[in-house]
Write a protein that binds this ligand. Structure first.
Ligand code: TYM
Length: 331
C-alpha cells in the first residue's frame, strides 16, 4: 500500500478535515508508507494573499503534526517544493479532454456565474490533483466523501494516459473513506458540508477553538425536538441529528449505531453536553500541541524541506516514465 493525500492550506484545520481525513492519515501511517502534502499549488487557483498563504502553510504543518502526523514515519511537504507535481500535471492536462473538467461539481460551484473570469487553473484543478497521487503510484487516497469525483477523475486520467500511450505508467488509486465521518456536515445546516469557506464560524469547529468555544458551538448546533431514536434508519430525515451522532461516533472510534444504543430515548439536552465533553477531551490536547509547535517556524520549515527531499526522490522515476512515454527528449 502507498498512501497519498493532501489538504489545502487555506484557513484552519476544522473538525470535518480532522474526522474525514486526518484521523485516517494518522491511523494509516502506522502500517503503510505515507506521503501527505499541503496543496499550495491548488490554493492559488483562486486569488490569494501571498503573506497569508505562507503563514497558512506553516500553521497547517503545525496543526497536522499536532493531530498526530509523524514526520519521521510519514513524508510531509508542500507541493511547491516538489516541481514534479506541476510538471506531471502539464503532461496530463495535455491528455485530458476539457469536457471532463467543466462538468466537475467543484468547478461549477467555485466558478459560479463567473466562469469566463475563473482561472484556467481552477478548471485544471482536478488534473493537478490526479498528478499528486499518480506521481507516487498511490494505491489508496484517504479523503472525505467530497473528494469522490476528483478521485474518479484521477482514475480516468490514469487509464486514458496508459491506454493512449500503450504503457502502464500509472497505478489506479482507490479512495479510502473514514468509516463514520466521510461527510461531516455544518452545525447550522445538516444538508451542507462543514467547510472553511462557510461565512458562519458557528457552522464549524476549528481545531484552534478553545474549550468554551467548542462547547458553545455544540450547544448552539441546530437540532430538532425529537429524542434520539433506537435505529439508524430513523435518523434518515433528521440531517442535523444524524450529523451530531456521526461526529460522536467518529470522535469515539465507534459506530452511529453504537451511539444510538447508548443514547436512544434521550434528547439533545443530554446528548449535546456529552458530545461537547468528548470533543473537548479529544481536541484540547491537539490544540495545546499546535500552539506550542506553531511558534517554531524554523522547525516547521525544516520538516517541509526534509519531506520535499524525500518526496522528490520518490516522484522522479514516474515522471521520467511519463516523459518517455510521450516521446519527449530530455537528459
Ligand atoms: P480540502 O483541503 O478541502 O480538505 C482536506 C481533507 O478534508 C476532507 N474534508 C472533509 N471530510 C469530511 N467532512 C467534511 N465536511 C470535510 N471537509 C473536508 C476532504 O475530503 C479532504 O480529504 N482537493 C483537496 C486537496 C487535495 C488532495 C489532493 C486530496 C489536493 N490534491 C490529492 C487528496 C489527494 C481539497 O481541497 O481538500
Amino acid at each position: 500500500m502507498r498512501i497519498v493525500s493532501g489538504i489545502q492550506p487555506t484557513g484552519n484545520l476544522h473538525l470535518g478535515n480532522y474526522l474525514g481525513a486526518i484521523k485516517n492519515w494518522v491511523k494509516l501511517q502506522q502500517e503503510s508508507e505515507c506521503l501527505f502534502f499541503l496543496a499550495d499549488l491548488h490554493a492559488i487557483t483562486v486569488p490569494n494573499d501571498p503573506a497569508e498563504l505562507s503563514a497558512n502553510c506553516r500553521n497547517m504543518v503545525a496543526a497536522l503534526v499536532a493531530a498526530g502526523v509523524d514526520t519521521k514515519k510519514s513524508i510531509l511537504f508542500n507541493q511547491a517544493r516538489v516541481p514534479a507535481h506541476a510538471e506531471l500535471a502539464w503532461l496530463l492536462i495535455c491528455n485530458t479532454p476539457m469536457g471532463w473538467l467543466d462538468r466537475m461539481t467543484q468547478f461549477k460551484e467555485k466558478s459560479g456565474k463567473h466562469k469566463q473570469r475563473s482561472s484556467l487553473g481552477l478548471l485544471g484543478y482536478p488534473v493537478l490533483q490526479a498528478a499528486d497521487v499518480l506521481i507516487y503510484q498511490a494505491t489508496h487516497v484517504p479523503v472525505g466523501e467530497d473528494q469522490r469525483q476528483h478521485l474518479e477523475l484521477a482514475r480516468d486520467v490514469a487509464a486514458k494516459f496508459n491506454n493512449d500511450s500503450k504503457t502502464e505508467v500509472f497505478t489506479s488509486p482507490e479512495a479510502y473513506y473514514g468509516a463514520a465521518a466521510a461527510r461531516i456536515m455544518s452545525l447550522r445546516d445538516g444538508t451542507s458540508k462543514m467547510s472553511k469557506s462557510d461565512p458562519s464560524d458557528l457552522s464549524r469547529i476549528n481545531m484552534t477553538d478553545d474549550d468554551d468555544t467548542i462547547a458553545k458551538k455544540i450547544k448552539k448546533a441546530r437540532t430538532d425536538a425529537e429524542p434520539l431514536p433506537a435505529k439508524l434508519e430513523e435518523l434518515e430525515n433528521r440531517p442535523e441529528a444524524k450529523n451530531l451522532v456521526g461526529i460522536y461516533a467518529a470522535l469515539n472510534d465507534s459506530t452511529a449505531q453504537a451511539v444510538l444504543d447508548q443514547y436512544a430515548g434521550q434528547g439533545f439536552g443530554a446528548f449535546k453536553p456529552a458530545l461537547a465533553d468528548l470533543a473537548v477531551a479529544q481536541l484540547s490536547p491537539i490544540r495545546s500541541r499546535y500552539e506550542a509547535l506553531r511558534e517554531d517556524t524554523d522547525a516547521i520549515d525544516a520538516i517541509l524541506r526534509d519531506g520535499a527531499q524525500r518526496a522528490r526522490a520518490l516522484a522522479q522515476p514516474t515522471l521520467d516514465k511519463a516523459y518517455a512515454a510521450l516521446g519527449l527528449l530530455r537528459d
